[in-house]
Ligand binder design. Sequence first.
Ligand code: CP
Ligand code: NVA
Length: 338
Amino acid sequence: MNHLLTIGDLDTYQIQSIFDLSEQLEKYPKPLLTGKNIAFVFEKPSLRTKAGTEAAINHLNGNVISIDANLIFSSGKAVPFSSRESLQDAMMNVSQWCDAMFARVYSHSTLKKMADYGEIPVVNALCDQHHPMQALSDLFTLQQNFGKDQKLTITYVGDANNVAFSLIEIGLKFGHTMKFSGPENYSWNEDQLGYFSLLAVEHGGTFIQTIDPFEAVYETDVIYADTFISMGEEHLYDEKIKYFQPYQVNSKLFSHAKSSAGFMHCLPAHRGIEVTDDVIDHKNSWVYQQAKNRMIVSKGVFATFLAGETTKIKTNGSVKVPSQEGTSINQISKRSKP
Ligand code: CP
Ligand code: NVA
C-alpha cells in the first residue's frame, strides 16, 4: 500500500518526477483519473487544499466524493453512542467505493490509523505535524523562480509547526540551506533537530536555527511565514502572541534579505500579525503563485498514486524521526559534501 503522509515518504527522485509530471499535465491535460473516486474528508477548514486539489482532480477527469468528517472521526468522542461506527469500519467501507482518501486531520496518529485500517492510499491534506502537499508546491514554486539547480538559502520565520517541518524537510532533501527563526520556547524538539541534521548530512544541505530573525534573514533568498496560531490552537492566542510579535515579517525585516528575495506564505495569512501588507503585497511576494501551484502539483501527486504515471511511492506510512543526542537547540548547522 502506498501512502503520502509525510515528505519522508518520498525520495528526491520521486519528488522531481512528480514536478515534471505536474508541469506536463498542466500544459497537456490528460484524463488520467477517469473512473477514479477520491474521498475527501476534512476535520479542519480548508480553502486552498480542498478547492485546489478538487480542481486538479476535475482537470484529470476524476471524481471527488466529499465525506462529512463527523462520519469518519466521531469515534474519538467519549460519550457512548456519539460515534456512528469505528474508524476501522468507516475506512473499510470507503475502501469499497473509492480509490484514494485525501484527509485533513488534527492528529498525525489518526492518519496512520486510516492508512492501516483501509485498503486505499491515504494522502495527507495537513495534520498537526506535517503538510506535505504544501511543501511539494512550495519547492515547485522555488524551482519556477530560481531554476532546478540553484542551491538556495530559505528562511522560515515563526512557529515550529506542520508547514515549517515539511518545508525544512523538503528543502534539506534538495540540498538547500534551511534557516529557522522563532521563539526558543516554541521550537523543535531534540528528535526533530536530529532528523534535520541527518537530512542535511545525507543530502549536503545545511540547517541553521537562531532566535534572532534579523540574523536569520540576512542575505537570504526567500523568507517564508505562516500563521503564529495554527488551527486548533486558537485558545492559545494570548499565551503565544507575545512571544511571536518580534517574528512579524514586515518591511524592516524583509529589507535585511537579499534585494531580490522572495516572500512566501502557505496562506491563510493574518495581515498585520505575522506579515504586513507591504510585504505580502510586494512585487516579490509569490503567495498567489504558491496557491496556483497547489492545484498544479496535486495533478502530479494523484496521477502518480492513481494512474501509475511515474515511480510508485516507496513506503507505507509516516516518516521515522530518528533521535540524535548532543544536538544544540539554538544553532544547528550541519554540512556535508554529497
Ligand atoms: N495552505 C493551505 O493549506 O490552505 P488551506 O488551509 O486553505 O487549505
Ligand atoms: N500552520 C497552519 C497551516 C494552515 C495551512 C495550521 O495548521 O493551521
